[in-house]
Design a protein around this ligand. Structure first.
Ligand code: SAH
Length: 372
């Protein structure tokens, strides 16, 4: 490489966004493309990639593994659910777990993943660990996709201040040919295909240097045989779980029930409120009072184009207001949460005051009238 040309570039190479963010964005894009449900990040360090991935709605299981427990613990609290997660539980379930251990060892907690990411990990492995790594990841874990990123040593002369390796803990840094030959051999051995790409473009005119971070995306060639395959892999647990968070989800009956009750009450209150203002308008004027019932027949328009059958109409009786469950069930949000009318009835049973036949939510307006 021309020395002057090289020096010129060492002054200006600065990645925007920073390279680590580009690597994480690469993984996020891959998640959005393949929609894996279970993702494991090996060498997860400060959990920043895991934190980013917890917002991907397709993911239900996230796991991190690192040989250094302290680095994981630093920011692992950022993986805990927030108050808003409890106030508005998500429809998907999500469990996040962190394990302390080495990628050179097999542990059954690493089975069943769809995507395994190893971002800037392999160059930190000792020779003996690197030897065991393919068997653990591709042979034992055998996910449908593996992403491995590692520095491209050919780019190093363009990086200011890099003499041997980019980081003091790196055990090696590979050229494109070295990484590709290791990756192709690994893929061949474990029946995967591999494609090469990267992040951090080289400067114009220096394309041969390749990406600053080289990436191999491995895709398993054989179909998943599911649980049967995993049960054939008896191994003792060797990792230590250092963190586990189970996010509140509507898949959990307890959170679903809370969500349904509050949505039912909210909907019923709105209907009641509209009914009462109409009722008041008519009862203030005795002549119009008799027309009230007639007006109630037009309540369908009032509630926003509901398909109103006779038994869906809310009504006032003395101090009581009745809002039929069928009306409430026809509101999209309640409908979507419950799925069936039977489920709605089951979830609110004993939790909401109903009419004696159980067909309507009942409000007693006695005190409201007094206040008025
Ligand atoms: N993946 C992170 C950074 C990786 S740095 C990111 O994207 O930013 C490499 C990490 O691998 C370190 O946290 C280091 O502790 C961990 N590591 C090194 N050897 C390991 C091993 N044998 N098993 C698991 N993790 C290891």
């Amino acid at each position: 490489m021309d020395k002057n040309f090289q020096e010129e570039f060492t002054q200006i190479i600065k990645f925007q966004p920073p390279l680590y963010k580009q690597r994480h964005q690469f993984v996020k894009d891959l998640v959005e493309k393949y929609k894996p449900k279970k993702v494991a990040d090996l060498g997860c360090a400060d959990c920043s990639l895991l934190w980013m991935l917890k917002f991907c709605s397709c993911i239900e299981v996230l796991a991190g593994l690192d040989i250094c427990a302290n680095v994981m613990k630093e920011k692992m609290h950022t993986l805990s659910p927030l108050p808003v997660d409890y106030l508005q539980p998500s429809e998907r379930s999500l469990t996040v777990t962190l394990h302390h251990g080495s990628v050179a060892h097999k542990d059954p907690c690493m089975l069943g993943f769809d995507l395994v990411t190893c971002i800037e990990l392999i160059e930190h492995l000792e020779e003996s660990e690197l030897k065991k790594f393919p068997e653990v990841v591709f042979g034992f874990m055998a996910p449908s996709i593996v992403v491995i990123s590692t520095p491209n040593s050919e780019f190093n002369p363009l990086l200011p201040g890099v003499l041997l390796y980019r980081h003091p803990d790196h055990k090696f840094e590979w050229s494109q040919a070295e990484f590709q030959s290791w990756a192709l051999e690994t893929a061949r051995c474990y029946n995967y295909s591999v494609e090469f790409t990267g992040v951090g473009h080289p400067p114009t005119g220096m394309e041969k240097v390749g990406f600053c971070t080289q990436i191999g995306v491995f895709v398993r060639k054989y179909p998943q045989t599911g649980e049967s395959l995993q049960s054939e892999k008896p191994t003792e647990a060797v990792y230590k779980t250092v963190f586990k968070a189970v996010y509140p989800s509507l898949k959990d009956e307890k959170y679903l029930q809370n969500a349904v009750i509050s949505e039912v009450m909210f909907t019923a209150q709105i209907i009641k409120h509209r009914l009462m203002s109409k009722h008041k308008e008519y009862s203030d004027d005795p002549e119009r009072k008799s027309k009230f019932q007639l007006s109630m027949n037009c309540f369908s328009d009032y509630l926003g184009k509901l398909v109103v059958e006779k038994n869906m109409e809310p009504f006032v009786s003395g101090n009581e207001v009745y809002v039929p469950l069928t009306t409430i069930f026809s509101f999209p949000k309640v409908n979507r949460l419950c799925g069936t009318f039977e489920k709605l009835c089951k979830l609110i049973a004993g939790k909401v005051t109903l009419s004696s036949d159980g067909s309507a939510v009942m409000f007693n307006t006695e005190h409201e009238n007094e206040e008025n």
